[in-house]
Design a protein around this ligand. Sequence first.
Ligand SMILES: [Zn+2]
Ligand SMILES: [Zn+2]
Length: 311
Amino acid sequence: MERKKLLLLHPSEYEHEFDRKALKNLEGNQGLEKFMKKIYKHSIERINRISHSGSFLKITSKNFPEIYELLEEGCANIHLKEIPDLYVKREDSINAFTTGVKNPLILLHTATIDHLTPDELLYIIGHEVGHIKSGHMLYHDMAQYIKFAGEIVGEATLGIGSLISRGLEYPLLHWARMSEFTCDRAGLLTCQDLDVAMDVEMKMAGVPNKYCDKVDNKEFIKQAKEFEGYDHDSLDKVAKTYLIMEQTHPWSVMRASELLKWYETGRYDEIVDKHGKDSIEELEISCTNCGRMLKGTESFCGVCGTKVGNR
Ligand SMILES: [Zn+2]
Ligand SMILES: [Zn+2]
């Protein structure tokens, strides 16, 4: 299938409303800035990068050209100019992970490569590229660090009251979960095939390895659609906390359900039509802030000064 490069795609065009809401709530949290300062003081981002680049296999255009090409295509398809580093880690679950703010790196589990087709791998890569494109990495990493913040530097050294860290943990992890919905959309915009996206969510939900090369997603889609009445906002805090703290499974059925709902609004097709042109000159784009029509070649909107495009 011919896939389109979605020129000048802006992440606000596919951001999930739960993501936006959770982010607003998180940014109002008083412990956030304090915690970030501590993290930076202890150079945790640098340590984190060293630990990844010193432990896992780096994928380049030389050693695994087919995989690297998917990364390049993924970045091109949703318009991320700087190609992040890609690593692979021996791990039995189908999943991937991105870390790092200044120099983000994507980490694929070996099972992801073993049990997904190239198109499916592109969906996963697009999801991870989406986190970088949306600028998720800062809070995303905070959500990782907060779980073992005490262990890394010791509660006393970190000097962050456990009350603050506890009060911050929920909004941070909640937002991190909600950001997955946005990035599944990025994955779909990258691989440009809903069936492929559903196959991947299904495999992540638990298709046994020996069935991975012959999945049929019809029943899974039915299961996902049964979730459509689900309203996250109506859940009470205890229920939400339970869902968020349950970290081990990736919530694939719910994610598939959210992605299907979005696809059915027609928004996906609209975005592909709007951005899938051969050159920037052919795009009909408007400022995401004030709505003014733009040529596409400018860096900032001439009316309100908003930055045009994203990286
Ligand atoms: Zn993600
Ligand atoms: Zn404007």
